[in-house]
Design a protein around this ligand. Structure first.
Ligand code: HEC
Length: 214
């Protein structure tokens, strides 16, 4: 496998050359500038800075601090970890099973990657930054046409699904059921990452304007 490493370096160079797609709708520059200041004080320590001199801290945040659904981070079996740690890559970058948590991901092109969190349990950036507004169940759009894009909250337009709707949907076709995200399911909790909760609504909207520029 080590023989393949040059190819992986080429792939890495290719991935690093990719640019995120630009936000396709208008951006209010003054609002975005105010939002950048909010980002500096509340988000940079984990998500880093952006632009030509951007620095990415490559930070893994422990579960008790991030508070998002634990299932995926705990999902590596002992057997898998033991196997991986014996490979050449594992020898250089061993998995430390005591350091369980999630990586704070880079936010380049974040406007385009809803739904959010590792399990896709939060439909919009606005809901991510105001945890009290996160819907327990919601629908995915039928397509990623811009007609389905929510320019105010950044993400796909969704409808909340009530518990009653959910049980009637369960009786519908598996194809239709696939369009519903239900955060009560194993591994799908939408809790945690509450770092936007203390912001005023104005600060949150400014921050969202800035996130459009990444
Ligand atoms: C203590 C570190 C920390 C702070 C502070 C923090 N984040 Fe995060 N953020 C994370 C981690 C870790 C994740 C991944 C969590 C997961 O997927 O379970 C994440 C996920 C996200 C995501 C979802 C990424 C995706 O691709 O789904 C967005 C957007 C985000 N953060 C924006 C922000 C903004 C904006 C702020 C400032 C208000 C902020 N974060 C503050 C650590 C942090």
């Amino acid at each position: 496998m080590k023989a393949l490493e040059p190819a992986f370096r080429d792939l890495q160079a290719f991935f690093l050359s990719l640019e995120p797609p630009k936000y396709p709708f208008p951006i209010d520059a003054d609002k975005a500038a105010r939002g950048e200041a909010v980002f500096q004080t509340t988000c940079v320590r984990c998500h880093g800075t952006y632009g030509p001199d951007g620095k990415y801290p490559n930070k893994i945040v422990p579960l008790d601090e991030i508070g998002t659904d634990p299932a995926r981070s705990q999902g590596l079996s002992d057997r898998l970890v033991a196997h991986y740690n014996k490979t050449w890559l594992g020898a250089e970058y061993p998995v430390d099973t005591k350091r369980v948590g999630y990586q704070a991901p880079p936010l380049d092109g974040i406007w385009a990657t809803a739904p959010y969190l590792h399990n896709g349990s939060v439909p919009t950036l606005h809901a991510l930054l105001d945890s009290s507004s996160r819907p327990p169940r919601f629908t995915r759009p039928p397509s990623t046409d811009f007609a389905h894009y929510d320019q105010a909250h950044l993400g796909w337009k969704f409808t909340e699904v009530s518990a009653d709707d959910l049980s009637s949907t369960a009786r519908r076709s598996p194809f239709q059921a696939k369009f519903i995200v239900d955060t009560a399911r194993f591994g799908m909790s939408n809790g945690g990452h509450t770092f936007g909760d203390a912001l005023s609504e104005e600060e949150r909207m400014d921050l969202i304007e800035y996130l459009k520029t990444l």
